[in-house]
Ligand binder design. Structure first.
Ligand code: KIV
Length: 273
């Protein structure tokens, strides 16, 4: 029985996520960018759906997450929200819509919440964006932080390799996690950092810590859904576990369709009016 067939679907909230951390139950999180995929992931029972700005790569074919706009994120988020009954929906605020000043950050967050119906926003960074985070939180909008490899800063890093291996960067990450917790964030994503550092963060910070390439000692895991389903295939980092090979299956299905059309096998009498 799918999770939606049971009579009452209980929506995931920030409170429930915190309880999960407190009792040691791992939190599952995947991305989605459209109505259909959101429905599939939600029905399977995922706890959090992230409308990630990775839509810039996965849906639009850009090399980085930088080009996606606030309007485009709202479009994706609106479609996702329509497909979700149970999961908690978090929406990335895109590059350039919150770093400049806290008033703009608040305006962007409010647009996302009002226009898409999402349940929370996610932002990348620590001390540098503290004011923006506090301003958004003061309006009653839940905020998820994102530290470690923060793709919106890719041109500063210059590479997608593991972050915070050096002591100074590791200490800054620990400090930033504390700042985000003190501001009132409900959770933090840690991307591509040593497992031992992620463990330290998860043990010293009371809010849920969700990892991607951050090892097993955190409170939950997130992956890009197209990567774990094997739809995208160029991206094969060590942290990615592929649960299906849908690109091959889809390719085969399309080839079979083409063959049937060309050979006049499709449509047959039962498929015609
Ligand atoms: O945009 C995204 O998909 C993300 C995840 C990788 C955490 O931020």
């Amino acid at each position: 029985m799918s999770i939606h067939q049971s009579s009452n679907v209980k929506r995931i909230t920030t409170h429930i996520l915190q309880e999960m951390k407190n009792r040691g139950e791992k939190i599952s999180m995947l991305t989605a960018y459209d109505f259909t995929m959101a429905g599939i992931v939600d029905t399977a029972g995922i706890d959090i759906i992230l409308v990630g700005d990775s839509a810039s790569n996965v849906m639009a074919g850009h090399e980085t997450t930088l080009p996606i706009t606030l309007d485009q994120m709202i479009y994706h988020a609106t479609s996702v929200v329509r497909g979700v009954k149970r999961a908690f929906v978090v929406v990335d605020i895109p590059f350039g819509s919150y770093q400049g000043n806290s008033s703009e950050a608040l305006r962007s967050a409010i647009r996302i919440m009002k226009e898409s119906g999402g349940h929370a926003v996610k932002v990348e960074g620590g001390s540098e964006i503290k004011e923006s985070v506090s301003r958004i939180l003061s309006a009653g909008v839940p905020v998820m932080g994102h530290l470690g490899l923060t793709p919106q800063s890719i041109y500063k890093f210059g590479t997608y390799t593991v972050r915070a291996k050096e002591e100074t960067e590791a200490q800054k990450l620990l400090d930033d996690a504390k700042i985000l917790e003190d501001c009132g964030c409900f959770a933090i994503v840690l991307e591509k950092i040593p497992a031992s550092l992620a463990k330290k963060v998860a043990e010293s910070i009371s809010i849920p810590i969700i990892g991607i390439g951050a090892g097993p000692h955190v409170d939950g895991q997130v992956l890009v859904v197209h990567d774990m389903l094997g739809i995208t295939q160029e991206f094969q980092p060590r942290f990615l576990r592929q649960y299906a090979d849908l690109r091959a299956d889809m390719n085969k299905a399309v080839q079979n369709y083409i063959k049937d059309v060309k050979s006049k096998d499709f449509p047959n009498d039962q498929e015609s009016y």
